[in-house]
Design a protein around this ligand. Structure first.
Ligand SMILES: [Zn+2]
Length: 348
């Protein structure tokens, strides 16, 4: 089996280690480190990284990784699992999406050793993590005051990526081109299939989003044969549907916003999705859906300026099927998972 070295530390098969990877010194000369956990089986298999908080205010992924670590089935792991719950350490400290140089880390990949602060952090992540891996999952949420339905953003031109995206099992997959400077783009240039999971909103924990993330990761690990197949058949098989395109509906006026459309709801053209009004209720303006689709993101702030993004609508060929799937999916997440019992002896 290949030797694995992270942060100058050699990690032999069959071991489980935490690493504090030195990132930089703060201006106070306080050392800043990135927490990394590596769990290696004695049995060969894929090396999967799971990263969160590349945007420092997107926290659901931090909790998804914590819960993943509690999964008993990890005792039967094949291959190597590398988890990085806090990539943008600077951003998490500041409750900010960005780095102190105001750059977006997810637009700074692959970075370079002599580049900007963001570029250096991106380069460190590529060198220490991505270059050691065969697959990756990056966990995100909506922006601040914006909530997302559980969804994957993936490049479906790659068959392996599509296979894993379907295994993750969110009802909605957005076929999204690779953005310049994203981790997804940099990983794909290394030939590493990568999924981007988006759910919930910044600076909040959302229980359904967290469950969806844990469930999706376990399912991908089973598909990669890193974990044994479940002995239970899924009660509801959800066939994910792929959005052809998506667009934001923006506020026609400024004012106080009331919404009638929940995440995951189906809209048809002409539906009134919300109202914008003055504080006295004497200048009501309707927010109307310009086309049919499914609400995959929405603002959670009732204070609106003209032009603000209100609803993110994904367009599907069969919107009704997607809406039904979202409902079935929510039911499966609401149930307590009974798939954790272990009969086989643990193998490390
Ligand atoms: Zn993000």
């Amino acid at each position: 089996m290949k030797t694995l070295v992270i942060g100058g530390k050699s990690i032999p098969p069959g071991s489980s280690v935490s690493i504090d990877l030195p990132v930089a010194l703060l201006h106070t000369h306080t050392p800043l480190t990135m927490p990394i956990h590596v769990r290696r089986s004695r049995r060969d298999g894929p090396t999967l990284f799971i990263s969160a908080a590349i945007h420092g205010d997107e926290l659901n992924g931090v909790e998804i990784i914590r819960r993943l670590h509690q999964e008993k089935s990890l005792s039967r792991l094949r291959g190597t699992l590398i988890t990085i719950p806090i990539v943008n350490v600077y951003g998490v400290i500041e409750h900010s999406r960005y780095l102190p140089d105001r750059r977006d880390l997810n637009r700074s990949f692959p970075g370079s050793e002599r580049g900007s602060l963001a570029g250096r952090l991106a380069n460190l992540f590529m060198k220490e993590i991505v270059s050691n891996c065969t697959h990756g999952i990056d966990l995100h949420t909506g922006a601040i005051h914006r909530s997302n339905l559980p969804q994957l953003r993936v490049n479906l031109d790659d068959p392996e990526t599509e296979h894993l995206a379907r295994a993750f099992g969110t009802p909605v997959i957005i076929n999204s081109d690779l953005r310049d400077g994203s981790l997804r783009q940099a990983a794909s240039e290394h030939g590493i299939p990568m999924l981007l999971f988006e759910s919930g909103e910044a600076l909040r924990f959302d229980e359904m989003s967290i469950r969806a993330g844990v469930k999706g990761i376990i399912s991908v690990m089973r598909t990669l044969q890193m974990l044994p197949k479940s002995r239970y058949r899924a009660k509801t098989e959800i066939e994910p549907l792929i959005a052809r395109s998506s667009a934001w509906i923006r506020a026609p006026e400024s004012g106080i916003f009331r919404t009638f459309s929940a995440l995951g709801s189906r809209v048809t053209r002409g539906d009134v999705l919300g109202m914008i009004d003055s504080p006295f209720g004497d200048s009501e303006v309707e927010v109307v859906a310009p086309s049919a689709g499914l609400v995959i993101g929405k603002t959670s702030l009732p204070l609106i300026n003209e032009g603000d993004a209100l609803f993110h609508i994904a367009k599907f060929q069969a919107v009704k099927t997607v809406a039904d799937n979202v409902e079935a999916y929510n039911e499966t997440l609401a149930e307590i998972d009974e798939e954790d019992e272990i009969e086989e002896p643990p193998i490390i």
